[in-house]
Design a protein around this ligand. Sequence first.
Ligand code: 0CJ
Ligand code: F3S
Length: 314
Amino acid sequence: MDVLLANPRGFCAGVKRAILIVENALKIYKKTIYVKHELVHNKHVIEKLRNKGVMFVEKISDIPNNSIIVFSAHGVSKKTKEKALKKGLIILNATCPLVTKVHKEVSQASKKNIETIFIGHKGHPEVIGTIGQYNSTNSKIHLVESIEDIKKLPINLNHKKLNFFTQTTLSINNTRSIIKFLKKKFPYISGPKKEDICYATTNRQNAMIKLSKNSDIILVIGSKNSSNSKRLTELGEEIGVYTKQIESFLDIQKKWIKNIKYIGITAGASAPEFLVQQVIEYLKKMGAQNIKEISGNKEKISFKIPKYLTISKN
Ligand code: 0CJ
Ligand code: F3S
């Protein structure tokens, strides 16, 4: 039995930045730090931060006045920000800069009253936050998840003044076919050159395709509510490789790896590398001999945190 490791895998620049913001805030302020929603969608990351004194809340009203609030990597709506300000909360914004970029574009469209179509998953916090940047009373933002949803859009849309944007963690394949349909139906629609899917989502999906070529089974490490991890799992299934999404090595069932030669491993953008290493250790105990890193795109991108949250290493 051999183990193949996808490259890149695991933490993206936005997740690293969000975690650093919270860890430094704990050290600097030395008091409870509240985070709106899970900072990133990973059970282990959340548990670790909770043990260090972080409280995760869904409603701003659950936070005592004048506390410190961190907005999760997925971002929040304008209304949520207003509520936090009204309560006198000190806001530390851990929204991924690539999500903030989409926020700004949606907000611009709203100011210009340009009717907007947003491609994303209903109920996901990033989608709620991004749609919540649009507050025009003269035009609307419409959420679509599929081609079927596009067919159901109101017929009185202004075809010549229309925009589209997307969630950052969607399936590349699926989104491209949705956009193709959108452009066919609304030839004047404007939007990003490709889509707003981020570099990390793109790289991890491409690494998954590469990994699938030589794997008999692929284990995707990522929490159930992690959109980008779920997309990796679906991609493996679409390609036709036996794919299982796991929280940690504890979820691995012996029958999955019985008589298997090549086990592929990847991890979503919010899954820490120690979980990958634990899986490798477990598989070694189960008889894995060679551990091979598949070559892939080296990621050099990193995002700065605000100066007042920087702690010098000296
Ligand atoms: O939405 C994001 C800015 C991605 C954050 C990192 O991944 P995760 O798993 O916390 O979030 P998704 O559910 O969006 O993939
Ligand atoms: Fe940002 Fe993409 Fe990661 S949007 S948080 S770099 S998955």
